[in-house]
Design a protein around this ligand. Structure first.
Ligand code: COA
Length: 289
């Protein structure tokens, strides 16, 4: 797949992982309308790309993102309602709708600044790993707005309640260790280990059945707002749906394969690892595609 037409986005691909970088390093990857349009299109392409098993979202030049571009996204669009609406739609689509419902697993890789509007993609990806020396800030309160789009909602849902309120209301900056402590990211690591740690998590995720992984992440997100009866019913149906998707798209029954490898072959232990994917199934899937 050719991504060379993009300017504000860079895609690097190897071993099933697509590394999707915001690319305005001279502006600390502050997000302009063009960057939003390109991220939206790139994510759409990668979702349908058979070579892509997992997407990592990062930023070029040592920073994740300094949030919305205050000049290009806010001030310059103030008197242009149509353009502003179009840019907002793209911004919200890739940072929330696409990532939240993405078919493939996604990981946010955080270093340098991660500010304001960038919390959207940070919290809409499935997993997030940060460098210890990264700088997080909900800076909105410092320049006259609140954490809009869905930032306040995502932060309130993900983080310890008093910390969500504290950082939203003070705008105080915090580091990777604090981000992990309050539930904003999964893991904090020394900066020099960041990429390796992301690759390690990617390898774990890519060994699992894509159908089972997709359904599991959807289920954990959906049940938050359901009552117990709804959740019980939904989860039962979702489990049935996995069987269909597994057989239709992966040419396997993960359930039967997983049980067989543990009970009959005694070749793995589910508490510590995933069952071994059956190699010819991947070939069959590409033939079908
Ligand atoms: N919007 C527009 N431009 C931004 C930006 C943003 N969010 N964040 C950084 N930039 C620009 C700076 O204006 C500067 O541009 P210039 O070289 O043309 O002057 C360039 O990026 C480098 O930033 P600079 O401020 O010089 O770097 P720094 O290391 O001293 O500080 C930040 C970095 C991120 C702390 C600081 O730029 C900042 O506070 N930015 C605003 C972040 C913010 O509040 N974002 C929330 C938006 S929702």
């Amino acid at each position: 797949m050719d991504f060379s037409k993009f300017e504000k986005v860079i895609v690097k691909q190897h071993d099933g992982i697509s590394w999707l970088y915001m690319n305005r390093p001279e502006k600390k990857n502050a997000m302009s309308p063009q960057l939003h349009y390109e991220m939206d299109e790139a994510l759409e392409l990668l979702e349908g790309d058979p070579e892509t098993k997992l997407v990592v979202i990062g930023g070029m030049g040592g920073n994740f993102s300094a949030g919305q571009d205050l000049k290009k996204f806010f001030r310059e669009l103030e008197d242009k309602p149509a353009e502003s609406k179009k840019a907002q739609a793209a911004a919200n689509r890739w940072r929330f709708e696409r990532l939240w419902n993405y078919d493939k697993p996604t990981i946010a890789m955080i270093e340098g600044f991660c500010v304001g509007g960038a919390f959207m993609q940070l919290l809409s990806t499935d997993f997030a790993i940060t460098a210890d020396n990264a700088t997080f800030s909900l800076s909105e309160v410092n320049w006259g707005i609140l954490p809009g789009a869905l930032v306040a909602k995502l932060v309130a849902d993900a983080c310890l309640p008093r910390r969500a309120l504290y950082y939203s209301c003070t705008g105080e900056a915090f580091d990777g260790h604090e981000a992990e402590k309050i539930g904003l990211v999964d893991k904090v690591v020394p900066h020099e280990d960041l990429e390796a740690e992301v690759e390690k998590l990617a390898a774990v995720l890519m060994k699992k059945s894509p159908a089972v992984l997709r359904a599991t992440k959807q289920a954990v997100r959906q049940v938050r707002t359901m009552d117990h009866n709804q959740a019980f019913d939904y989860l039962m149906e979702k489990n049935m749906a996995i069987r269909f998707h597994d057989e239709r798209f992966n040419m396997q029954s993960s359930y039967h394969e997983g049980l067989k490898q543990f009970l009959d072959e005694k070749s793995y232990r589910p508490v510590y690892e995933s069952f071994e994917p059956v190699p010819q199934l991947t070939d069959q899937r590409s033939d079908d595609d």
